[in-house]
Design a protein around this ligand. Structure first.
Ligand code: ATP
Ligand code: MG
Length: 341
């Protein structure tokens, strides 16, 4: 990793858009915990509630519930609110304030090329919100308002992180400063892109209208087993080597999920299961998934029984976050020439 003048600092966020999937867990949360525990970074994790209203305006009670449930998910998965800074975005107003500056740095052409914008706006882009279009500029602000140097995310966020780097570079260049770091995406492991269980060419998402396409961290053992049993596969047995998964996206997905849950490589999964038919392999995978996920879901329900405690944790996290963001925003305003008395 390149040496920089910036403190090694990790930032990442998850939208409280309702539920948490196995994709969010393996692609993001589990890796957030590793980076927290490893101790070489300051770690900052955020429930990005301002992003969660970009697709649609959510009923207020639903958004509050989703944010608390996401916080419970973070803690149940192993984020320690003492070791990491854990909070919801809207309690730290500097995110939205820096986003405005970045709206003026980013170019319309850059934003229009974002594949998430194209996917989420769909054919009816005219009816999509301005917020959905501007989403990546807010995401850049989420990261850069901490001068974060490393951002662990799933593969789907790679393009937004490239945009974050472009925004930092253009700001630094236009004002002749070395103020914002050029952030490193950290996209690692066997499950950087967990696929939809019914269509191995699409990513698993918490906002997919069909519940069969994903495993939720709140699913019980029966639901997990049933969804894995009904996951799309092909009639061939498991191959001996990873190359044999070429052109078999559904099979590859289940092998990758197994590998990420068991903390082994996809090849090690094949070493154990080569020649197995999917009926058999799916049973082993369901057992493993239940083993790993049941303790998280039990802990989430326990934490959800005390919403006031969750709110307290988020409030404290926001205070700690603002110790970093207030001075960085002020310095940004000074660079830009916003007058202060
Ligand atoms: P939504 O459908 O509302 O966009 P999402 O499931 O895509 O929800 P996000 O809140 O957008 O979740 O993303 C949170 C984090 O989870 C990001 O780091 C993202 O890259 C990661 N992530 C999301 N889906 C997957 C997936 N299928 N595989 C691996 N990582 C994923
Ligand atoms: Mg998403």
């Amino acid at each position: 990793m390149a040496e920089t003048q910036f403190t090694p600092r990790v930032f990442s966020g998850i939208q409280p858009s309702g539920g948490l999937t196995l994709g969010n867990y393996l692609g993001a949360m589990k890796r957030f915990v590793t980076m927290q525990d490893e101790g070489s970074f300051e770690t900052i994790y955020c429930m990005v509630d301002l992003h969660a209203i970009t697709a649609r305006l959510v009923p207020a009670d639903e958004l509050r519930h989703n944010t608390r449930e996401l916080c419970a998910g973070f803690i149940a998965a192993g984020i320690d609110p003492e070791k990491s800074i854990l909070f919801n975005q809207s309690q730290v107003p500097e995110h939205a304030q820096l986003a405005w500056i970045f709206n003026c740095v980013a170019r319309m052409g850059w934003m229009g090329r974002m594949t998430q914008w194209k996917d989420k706006a769909g054919k009816n882009a005219e009816a999509a919100s301005l917020g959905l279009f501007a989403y990546p500029a807010l995401m850049a602000a989420d990261i850069l308002v901490y001068h974060a140097t490393h951002v662990p995310v799933g593969e789907d966020q790679k393009q937004h992180l490239e945009l974050t780097r472009d925004i930092a570079a253009k700001f630094n260049h236009d004002y002749g400063v070395e103020f914002f770091p050029v952030t490193e995406p950290v996209i690692e492991g066997a499950a950087t892109r967990v696929m939809n269980l019914q269509d191995g060419t699409k990513k698993m998402s918490k906002s997919d209208p069909s519940d069969k396409t994903r495993i939720n961290l709140t699913d019980d053992a029966d639901a997990i087993a049933k969804k894995i049993r009904k996951a799309k596969t092909d009639p061939e047995p498991l191959p001996e080597a990873v190359a044999g998964l070429e052109g078999r996206p559904d099979a590859r997905n289940l092998v990758n999920i197994y590998a990420a849950l068991a903390d082994i490589t996809p090849q090690a999964v094949l070493d154990q299961h080569a020649g197995a038919l999917f009926g058999h392999f799916k049973m082993a995978l369901a057992d493993l998934a239940v083993d790993k996920l049941a303790p998280i879901s039990t802990e989430m329900s326990r934490l959800m029984a005390d919403p006031a405690e969750i709110d307290r944790i988020l409030g404290r996290g926001a205070e700690r976050a603002r110790e970093i963001t207030v001075p960085i925003l002020q310095q940004t305003y000074d660079i830009v020439g916003m007058l202060r008395s």
